[in-house]
Design a protein around this ligand. Sequence first.
Ligand SMILES: C[S@@+](CC[C@H](N)C(=O)[O-])C[C@H]1O[C@@H](n2cnc3c(N)ncnc32)[C@H](O)[C@@H]1O
Length: 223
Amino acid sequence: MLKNGTKVISKKELHYVVEDGGNLLKFKPWLGDAFSFLYDVIMAKSIFPNKFGGDMNQHYGILRKELQGVHEKRVLELATGSGSAVNFLPNDNQYTGTDISPGLLRKAVKSFRNAGFTNAGFYVTSADNLPFDDNLFDIALCILSLNFFNDINKVLQEVKRVAAPGAVFICSVPVLERNKVRSTIRGTLYSEEELREICKEHGLSYETIPFKNGALLYFRAIM
Ligand SMILES: C[S@@+](CC[C@H](N)C(=O)[O-])C[C@H]1O[C@@H](n2cnc3c(N)ncnc32)[C@H](O)[C@@H]1O
């Protein structure tokens, strides 16, 4: 499952990539890392209503509907966070989670275990440099995170590489034109048109998932 020559060390159920010098690959802690114990409450009570002008339960409902037919697939998530995917992904899938934040991933380990996922794996890694082999995954997820990546093109290159032909990339992301409450949302906000164009440049076939939830856009892109 790992890219040729990649070594990982596993500590407390998280897999860390080993760099050439033998050190573990670590990342500048994301803000949420320090507040990982509060992350879910902050998302529900502050980020969804105030920043997105949306509703978290509706968000889960939209994604549940999109993923309800996905069973026994190899699913990769970019930026797993604290494991929100347990709210919409059926637990008979083979799940691989990735994030730069060990604090949030440790929460995700527990969430996935409690939700009945067996053999889920969690990697401390950046979405623009995945440690996995080519053509491995049937579904890739990226929820509320595309805006945080420094280089979205590198991320899409990596998703395309590790996903099998015909795999589906499912995303939810705040976009400029839906931000009606005009809140300050962190990261780089794209428009739907820009995202459609970026997908096209990487050979992905873009489709809007036709639901509205505040600033959030939902889309799928087929490899
Ligand atoms: C708003 S949270 C979303 C988390 C989760 N998907 C959810 O819906 O709750 C953004 C996540 O992006 C992660 N992140 C930021 N930059 C990243 C990168 N370069 N590679 C992987 N994850 C990253 C953060 O650690 C954080 O977990």
